[in-house]
Design a protein around this ligand. Structure first.
Ligand SMILES: CC/C=C\C=C\CC(=O)SCCNC(=O)CCNC(=O)[C@H](O)C(C)(C)COP(=O)(O)OP(=O)(O)OC[C@H]1O[C@@H](n2cnc3c(N)ncnc32)[C@H](O)[C@@H]1OP(=O)(O)O
Length: 304
């Protein structure tokens, strides 16, 4: 267990073969629903880990994701994150057994106070996935099998989405009497080009299979099975991890900023960002390596 990770409560048992890491073991303390490992240098894998319940998101999960990603955001040993699901499917969404009380029996002395309490709760659950977007390290998500309800909220907050041929996606909320409230309705229209398709998916809760997920732009790559996807995800993560963390994190932050602002505002933000970040040693090191036809993998960047 590395010292930094130990100090921050993360259990990262070091390098492991990709094949070994995906479904082995169980949740890593202090988490009960997540398994956090370091499958390669500078790469952190966060696996949703309640396979017997199809990784349904119980009360513990909604808090643990926030704790986990707050630590990852500050972890200088991590440059990229890969999110996966243990067992048969990626996730079955919100835990319908564990969470029903919270949502269906809100408490408060009167309607106003009950409403405020519910509002606080929804905001808290929104944060569970917003942390993926706020994390400056890019997050790659690898989906196999079902990705239902809150699973779609989760993946739309990630930076790169991959899936297996057997994957399917379902904005299930209308089926359980809810308007999706933790990110799908806000982020999916920015991920998929067709507003009509987003509306159709969200209003009917029909399943979308991997081929359509690829053609609509929800995922960038489809793999034949989970093993191949994990190899692809790790290869991708290692490519990202080999680049300057100053460049990579600045790229993620500015891409998200510009998604939510006008071109003029995005350019302003970029100029202000780079007035400090261009002074990094990483530019000189990277440019020199490029001139010498070396791979970025050969450049020793400082930790960030
Ligand atoms: C403030 C609100 C914030 C967020 C709101 C989000 C809304 C949503 O997420 S809506 C989506 C809710 N999810 C579902 O409706 C999916 C229900 N599950 C399934 O459809 C299936 O389980 C499956 C994902 C298609 C997988 O099928 P299969 O492989 O056949 O497994 P099962 O035999 O059905 O289940 C095994 C085991 O897991 C339990 N389980 C599955 N899903 C959930 C769930 N969402 N919540 C709680 N428990 C779940 C299931 O009961 C079984 O448990 P046993 O103890 O073995 O019986």
């Amino acid at each position: 267990r590395c010292k930094t990770c130990k100090d921050r409560g993360l259990w990262l048992p070091g390098l492991r073969a990709v094949r070994e890491m995906s479904t082995q073991g169980g949740p890593t303390p202090p988490f009960s629903t997540l398994s956090v490992t370091r499958p390669a240098s500078m790469v952190t894998q966060v696996e949703l880990h309640r396979p017997e319940k199809r990784n349904a998101m119980n009360k513990a999960f909604w808090s643990e994701m926030v704790d986990c990603f707050s630590q990852i955001a500050e972890d200088p040993e991590c440059r990229v994150v890969v999110v996966t699901g243990a067992g048969k499917v990626f996730t079955s969404g919100i835990d319908l057994m564990d969470m029903a009380g919270n949502i269906l029996q809100p408490t408060g002395d009167d309607a106003a106070r009950t409403s405020w309490n519910l509002r606080r709760l929804v905001k808290k659950y929104q944060e569970t996935f917003s942390v993926l977007e706020k994390c400056p390290k890019p997050v790659v998500v690898a989906v196999h099998g079902a990705c239902v309800g809150a699973g779609v909220d989760l993946i739309t907050a990630c930076d790169i989405r991959l899936c297996t041929q057997d994957a399917w996606f379902q904005v299930k909320e209308v089926d359980i009497g809810l308007a999706a409230d933790v990110g799908t309705l806000q982020r999916l229209p920015k991920v998929i080009g067709s507003r009509s398709l987003v509306n159709e998916l969200a209003l009917t809760s029909r399943k979308m299979y991997s081929d359509e997920a690829k053609s609509s732009g929800l995922v960038s790559r489809v793999f034949p099975d989970k093993e191949t996807m994990m190899s692809g995800a790790m290869e991708l993560a290692e490519e990202i991890a080999s680049r300057s963390p100053v460049a990579v994190q600045g790229t993620k932050i500015n891409l998200i900023y510009s998604r939510d602002h006008s071109v003029a505002e995005g350019l302003e933000y970029m100029a202000t960002w780079n007035m400090s970040m261009l002074q990094t040693q990483d530019v000189i090191k990277s440019a020199q390596a490029s001139m010498e036809k070396k791979s970025p993998k050969e450049v020793p960047f400082s930790k960030l």
